[in-house]
Design a protein around this ligand. Structure first.
Ligand code: NCD
Length: 305
């Protein structure tokens, strides 16, 4: 039984295999179009999503399979008080594989202990989001041709941004990665990320609130949305929401081959004028997300290509 709860559930060689399969799917989609015939994916989304849910669904459809599920918790029996584990145990009788998003950290892990089918964590609270990380890794690999020897800047909400925590976890396993963490002091990366990943592995990082100063050193700039839904108090959100806005002017001192990333949805963090800059990669991340999820479904269903 295989689940994907966290990016560390995959070895670096499994990540390489997923990247290779995704690249093959991009070139030879017809080879994969019936490979999941009669298989069902259930998407159980207890929290809003556009890209993650629809890319899972598109991925399964493009593999020839079909999709069931729900996109809000109020349309499921959780609104009647059913536990997550009972809901997931029920769905495991209907589907071959489950992608689940939940606002509570650890909910997919709890569910995975009670099912007979593979479960994929499609985002659990402010904790982790391994399939976004796979989309990010495929994008970095396609843009840079490598996953090592880079200075990676993360900017915005580094406290609640689960995509940030998962990507740091993944990239820290490659050689020569250095980080610049740009955030207001209220939204710095959590201590557990520093202790368990960065300090433990002697990884170099800088924490700053100045984007301009470090812009010239970056190979990747990963912008994030301030995660309104995880704030306890709206006034703090309003005060912090526009802390960083990436504009064309701010990119003047950036490297010519900088990759600008963002997991999306964007609110104000990146001016739409940046979208036409060849360094903007965030819509490529969206495209890559579907292909890497196709590869992941094949891996977890043990379908050899
Ligand atoms: C991210 C998420 O849900 O954590 N979005 C995504 O899955 N692409 C980032 C966000 O919501 O800001």
């Amino acid at each position: 039984m295989k689940h994907l709860m966290d990016i560390t559930d995959l070895t670096t060689s499994q990540i390489d295999d997923l990247i290779n399969t995704a690249n093959d799917i991009i070139v030879n989609p017809e080879k994969y179009q019936d490979i999941c015939k009669r298989k069902k994916l259930a998407t159980l989304f207890f929290e809003p999503s556009t890209r993650t849910r629809l890319s899972f669904e598109a991925a399964m459809v493009e593999l020839g399979g079909s999709v069931i599920g729900f996109s809000t918790s109020d349309s499921s029996s959780s609104s009647k008080g059913e536990s997550v584990t009972d809901t997931v145990q029920t769905v495991s009788f209907y589907a071959d594989i489950i992608a689940m998003r939940h606002p509570k950290e650890g909910a997919p892990l709890a569910a995975s202990r009670r099912t007979t089918v593979p479960i994929i964590n499609a985002g659990d609270g402010g904790h982790s989001h391994p399939t976004q990380t796979l989309a990010d890794l495929l994008t970095i690999h396609r843009e840079k041709g490598r996953l090592s020897n880079m200075t990676v800047g993360f900017c915005g909400d580094l406290k609640f941004g689960r995509t940030v925590h998962s990507l740091i976890n993944a990239l820290s396993r490659y050689d020569g990665i250095e980080y610049v963490f740009i955030s207001p002091k209220e939204l710095v990366i959590p201590d557990y990320v520093k202790a368990n990943i960065l300090d433990k592995n002697n990884i170099k990082y800088i924490e700053t609130n100045k984007m301009d100063e470090y812009m010239p050193s970056l190979d990747i700039l990963y912008m994030t949305r301030v995660q309104r839904e995880r704030f306890f108090n709206e006034a703090d959100y309003i005060r912090l929401k526009d802390s960083y806005i990436l504009t064309i002017d701010k990119l003047a001192k950036a490297k010519k081959d900088l990759s600008i990333m963002h997991p999306l949805p964007r609110v104000n963090e990146i001016s739409v004028k940046v979208d036409d800059d060849p360094r903007a990669c965030y819509f490529k991340q969206v495209q890559n997300g579907k292909y890497i999820r196709m590869a992941l479904i094949l891996m977890l269903l043990d379908i050899l290509v």
